[in-house]
Ligand binder design. Structure first.
Ligand SMILES: Cc1cc2nc3c(=O)[nH]c(=O)nc-3n(C[C@H](O)[C@H](O)[C@H](O)COP(=O)(O)OP(=O)(O)OC[C@H]3O[C@@H](n4cnc5c(N)ncnc54)[C@H](O)[C@@H]3O)c2cc1C
Length: 233
């Protein structure tokens, strides 16, 4: 089953809040007044101006919390390298891995022999895990036999500035496929509630019109819609 991403919570009126915070810098009235009085058509103008000028601290006023299920521990390990974020991850010390739940890469799923070997290996590892627990080995030690591909659940909170940075790195076609899928799913979620903040985001082929990678993928995204509509593998 593919990863499941659900937007659990977010700062109310994210686009409007960022615009009000930015306007405050040049205004004699309070941000709460600006929050009310800023016209819808001006919000888009302010936000694209902020992005252009690099006045990105204003994007830190709004945060987004995601519930993420069904990613591998390989993917979560890459995710938690992003330090400007808060995480709560399901513990394998306290939660028993009762069922064999692991992520199978497409390259393996699409190869019948490899798929059979992979399933056999993961199920064997899981049997050994249960066996060790039955022998009185603590869960925190028995888990050492579980593969990297084991599924996990994690709650993540990032502000909009960090999300832009995360999307720049992880929606790039040069990123590993699973975290690309996760990042795209997160992007789809935030665009439903903050369409202006995330109107333009993603890898440098979209935001700068050129690739910043040393080894380009050779297949740049033409626009953000193409990225959003990219199918999972
Ligand atoms: C395609 C790809 C391949 C990768 N391959 C590897 C690999 O082979 N090995 C590996 O170890 N990692 C690898 N990484 C992970 C990468 O090195 C970063 O750890 C990860 O992308 C987090 O990015 P970050 O440090 O920019 O940002 P975050 O941790 O999200 O931080 C955001 C920004 O805050 C600032 N910041 C955060 N912490 C500090 C700090 N302590 N000091 C100063 N500024 C700070 C920086 O400007 C940073 O860019 C890879 C990442 C990608 C996208």
């Amino acid at each position: 089953m593919p990863c499941r991403v659900h937007l659990l919570a977010f700062t109310p009126q994210p686009d409007r809040t960022v615009a009000a915070a930015a306007r405050l810098c040049y205004s004699s009235v309070s941000a709460s007044e600006l929050l009310e009085e800023t016209k819808d058509q001006d919000i888009s103008k302010f936000i694209s101006g902020l992005r252009r000028s690099g006045h990105l601290s204003t994007f830190e006023h709004v945060s987004f919390t995601f519930s993420i299920d069904g990613i591998s521990r390989i993917c979560s390990h890459q995710l938690v390298r992003h330090r400007m974020a808060s995480y709560s991850q399901q513990s394998q010390r306290y939660v028993s891995m009762d069922n064999p739940e692991y992520v199978m890469p497409h390259s393996i799923a699409s190869n019948p022999n490899a798929k059979e070997d992979f399933n056999e290996y993961c199920n064997k590892a899981h049997e050994l895990y249960l066996d060790l627990i039955a022998q009185g080995i603590p869960k925190e030690d028995a888990r050492y036999v579980l593969p990297h591909g084991w599924q996990t659940r994690i709650t993540v909170t990032m502000n909009a500035r960090e999300l832009h940075h995360f999307f720049a790195l992880r929606t790039c076609r040069r990123a590993q496929w699973e975290i690309q899928e996760l990042a795209r799913s997160m992007l789809r979620e935030v665009r439903t509630v903050a369409p202006l903040i995330f109107a333009q985001t993603g890898p440098s082929c979209i935001t700068e019109g050129k690739c910043r990678e040393t080894h380009s993928c050779g297949n740049p995204f033409r626009n953000i819609e193409e990225l959003i509509n990219e199918k999972n593998v």
